[in-house]
Each structure stands twice: as structure tokens, then as C-alpha cells.
Write a protein that binds this ligand. Sequence first.
Ligand code: ATP
Ligand code: MG
Length: 664
Amino acid sequence: MSTATSPIESVLVENRVFPPPAGFSAKAAVSGMDQYQALCTEAEKDYQGYWARLARENVVWTKPFTQVLDDSNAPFFRWFADGELNASANCLDRHIGTPVEHKTAIIFEADDGQVTKVTYRELLERVSQFANALKAHGVQKGDRVLIYMPMTIEGVVAMQACARIGATHSVVFGGFSAKAVQERIVDVGASVVVTANYQMRGGKELPLKAIVDEALALGGCEGVRHVFVYERTPTACAMVAGRDKTFGEVLQGQSTECAPVAVEAEHPLFILYTSGSTGKPKGVQHATGGYMLWARQTVNWTFDLKDSDVFWCTADIGWITGHTYVAYGPLAAGATQIVFEGVPTYPNAGRFWQMIERHGCTIFYTAPTAIRSLIKAADSDEKVHPKNWNLSSLRLLGSVGEPINPEAWMWYHKHVGGERCPIVDTFWQTENGGHMITPLPGATPLVPGSCTLPLPGIAAAIVDEAGNDMPDGAGGILVVKKPWPSMIRTIWGDPERFKKSYFPEELKGYYLAGDGAVRSADRGYFRITGRIDDVLNVSGHRMGTMEIESALVAKTDLVAEAAVVGRPDDLTGEAICAFVVLKRGRPHGEEAKQIAKELRDWVAKEIGPIAKPKDIRFGENLPKTRSGKIMRRLLRSLAKGEAITQDTSTLENPAILEQLADTH
Ligand code: ATP
Ligand code: MG
């Protein structure tokens, strides 16, 4: 671990500020900074009272809690432990008998553009029927069900059905390999796997069930008694008699009513693996009560969700964002949301914009990686530029997953948001359950590239390696000083790794996020500077990787994406190595040399000569996790000229490593 304290931090000062539009503030859930401050003060004065109030307001309890926080076995915190609830009832049953009952819950758009809609009443019936099918196959409270599904209504139904009977789901993204699926089946001890015969992505029919078969054959999966197969396409797939059944078979004759099983607040709702950006993925265990509280509260605060909104979070249900802001939060709030099966570039890179227009989307939440790739596409082909669609229905935009480079933020603001929509840059992690540091759209003045301020009650702070507070303007380690209800409970089956990863002794019991951050001296706004392992030290100057990457991406005529890492250097201690994707494609020979020089000079001008990359390599892409995050740990090995021996199970595009290893 190292802290980033350097005058260089202050060179890239962002001066652009975007106050919330007056009309937005007037109607917002949190309207103005005074209201935000009042909530923060409430949490400071009576921390437990504050969370108890939110827990009562946001969650339907079948048995009210009398305890709030139990920290007797820290860092294994418990919240609302004697309360009972059901997560599915909190998303569905609560709306029955209200006007939401017959409202559209999900607008599903398939890869080929076909649209299917379900109301809350219909969704409840489908979830109940599926829950009965699980029960009929012996699934009980506490059993683990592995879900390996495409983005579909059925995927959400499977998750909700598990929650309904108290089974713990573990969703694995449909892009993962058999090996990754097998490891997760073994790790969680799944007894049932829910999958589809195929999935449709970008016009292609891709096998899912065949991958499950391969995974199960890898061994250690003897606990899997049944595989449920959703017939997504008419194409047949191999079925093992006795073990495998189609959805049609398991749902046959099942009632559309199923009483939700009340579980203790601490009962594990799900286990979800992290993206694997920084190491082997961790099986993050979440508790039912605290998680549901925050899923609903943050939808209300951060997205200012109203009855009339059409909400669209583009994340896959295989990621935490797809859990909290597709499968649980919007449903708990009674929203209408879009679920999209396909990819943003099919049939062309205008797909997102076309869908926003088609469905009258009002709130759009996506990842910087998608924004950067759509900018690149729009720059090279006018026809897919967002200006070709009517995006006037939008009123709010969001970003999640990685720091968003200020220039990408500006493009998103201008070309997608029509300079009218606030952007919520939401910082949070799989381990956090919901948003942590984020603007509130009716309150917080926005600064591009900054996730601004912690939500009320989230005790985020920036400290040094010994846990001492850093002054504003100086970078350091991002921590959360107090436990909060939707936090990770443990790493499934590995409490020691949980303690070591998140509560290292030297940090005074604070939760360690693993990211570096800096708070601005003027507003106290947080900006994420990169993973703490990625902090660079060049001739004694400490710099966040994000700083240099954003400077490179700010060369908007040339650069689409950039990732920066350090490698040992005899002279300067560490040298900066930049991996760059150009908008025009990968340059070679003299052209590459010429552009590298141009970029070096540019960084020197933007940040200072000390930040000049010593080595610049060009590629057609960067190594990314399947959730679209840059894997800098692999780039570090490439920069050093080492072979890659680390866990690459979540790497999306292994072929790119060879290209980037080439120093030409
Ligand atoms: P692993 O923990 O396995 O290395 P991961 O950290 O990428 O994987 P996630 O939980 O999916 O897994 O991602 C959380 C991380 O994503 C954060 O720690 C942070 O680095 C990054 N992140 C998410 N949202 C933002 C944001 N708005 N701004 C900056 N960084 C963000
Ligand atoms: Mg992480």
C-alpha cells in the first residue's frame, strides 16, 4: 500500500462545475445541499437511529427488528439481526393492491429488437411459479442456486424466485468459461444450476447449456442435482436424463402462488464474485435486510426515481450493478425498467440511443467503458452519433464501474444528456451493496471526473497507511470508518481472506476499499485516482494512474482509451508505461513513433514532464474483465516484460496480451 501525496495531484484541477438544474432540484428526492447536510447531520448525531429509520421506511418487515447494529464480533457486523423479511416480497408483493400492481415492471428488448413487457402482477406470478418449481426439486432455505443466464426477464425471475424461498443465489455472467463456472459451482456448493440452452448476443446464438455441461464434467460438482434449462431459442441442446429439465417441464402444473419465506435479516441473499480486476475473484456474501434497505433507498436518492420514470441500467445481472439496480432496487421502488439482452454495438453502435428513443427512457445508467467505445464509434461514423436520435426523454444519466475520464464525461453530458441532464458518477463496489460516493442529482453541483460526496451515513474518508486522516488536496487510501447495513458480510467460505482484504489491522478497523482517492481542497469532493496497487512513484513523486490516463484521453482527436502502469526503473525508481488505443486504429513503425512523441509532449504539457510516459505501446484494445474494466495488473507484467502467471479467468480478450507485449 502506498499513499499518493504530490503537488502533481493539483495540476489537473477541474474547473468546470455544473449545478443541478433548478427544475430538477425543485422536484427531487433530495432537493438542495441543505437537505443533504441535514441527512448527514442526522446520521452523525444518532448513527443507529438514522439507519433504523431508513430500515423501517424502506423495508417491509414481517417481524420488526429491535436491534440495529451488532458489532460484538467485528468485523463480522450484523444489522437488524432479530428482524425478519423476504426480499422478493419487498420487490413484488408490496405493490399488490396498489396502482403499481398493473404497471409495467420490465420492458424487455431482445437482441433482435423484439419487445416483451410484464406487469408487476405478472412478474409476481412468474416468480411464484418458478419458486414452486425450485421447491418441487428439493431446494430449501439456505441452499445455493447457481444462475448462468442471459439478460432476460427469466434471469430476474430466477433470482427473485430464489429469494422468495430463502435460497441463496449466485449469478455468474453468461460470458464466463466452463472453468470459471465450475470453480463457482464448487465454491458455493450449488445444488441446482439455472441456465438457458443458448443466448443471443450481437446476432449470434451462443451456447450456455453446453458450457454448463462442460463445467459439470470438470469435476467437484457432484452436489448439482438438477439443471433447469430455459429454452431461449428453438435450437436443441444436449440434455442429461434425470438431471436436466427445460423450464417448460419444471413449470408444468406449478401454481402461480407461493408464499414468501420470511428469513432473518442476516440470511445470505446472494453470493457474488467480484470482477477480478485486482486478483482472484472473491465470493462476496450479502445479507438480506441491510441490502434491501440500501437498494431501495439509493434508487430513490441517487436516481431520484419517480413513478413516471423509465429506468435503464445497462449492467448484466451477472454483476453487482445488475443485482442492485436491475433485479432488486428498481422493483422494490415499483419502477418501470428496461432490460436489454444484446450488446451496445449490434446491429450498430447507435443501439443504446435508438432504444432510449424507442422506449422513452428517462434515466440511463451505464459504464465508462461503454461510453468510451461509443464515442470512438460515433467519431468514426456519423451515422451512429447520438445526435441522430431523439433523446429528449432523458432527464438523468449515470456512470459506474470505473473512474470516468473528464473528457468522456463532457461528451456524455453534451451529446447524450443534451447539456440538460445531471450525471451521477456513482462510486461503489460489489462489497458495498449499493452506491457509496455519488452526487445527488437535485443537490450536488457536478465536477466532471469526480464522484463528489458520500451518501448520508457513509463514513468515507481518505487516510494514510496507518489510518490517519489525510488533509484535503492530498491523496491517500479510501476507507469507510463505520460499518453500514449493505456491506459485505464475509467472503463465502473464507472469513480469513475477508478480514485480511477489507479490515487490515493497521487501518484501525476501517473498511479498506482498495482504491486511492483525493479530496478537493475547495469542495471536499472525492476523486478516485486508481487502485492502491496502481499508484506510481516516479523519482519520489507519487501519482495516481488515473491522472495520466485522463490526460491521454483528453487528447480527443487521437486517443480513445488509455491505461497506465509503472515498471521498475534504475534511474527513476519507477517508469511510466502507457498502453494506448487510438481512434484511428493501431499505428506501426514511424507513425507509431511519431504519435508516441506527440502524446509524451502532450502529457508533459497537461501534467508536467515528470508524468511523461517512458514507454508507449499501442493496441487495438486493452485487457479487460468481462465487466469491462481495465486489468492493469496484467499490464504491469507486460510492462516489465514478464510472462503472465496470474489469474486470468475473468479476462475478456486474452489475445490482446500478445499484441501489447510487443514493444515493436
Ligand atoms: P476485484 O475486486 O476482483 O479486483 P473489481 O474491484 O473490479 O474486482 P467490482 O466490485 O466490480 O470488482 O468493482 C469495484 C471497483 O470499480 C471499485 O473498487 C473501483 O475501482 C471501480 N469503480 C466503480 N465505480 C467507480 C466510479 N464511479 N468511479 C471510480 N471507480 C469506480
Ligand atoms: Mg474490488
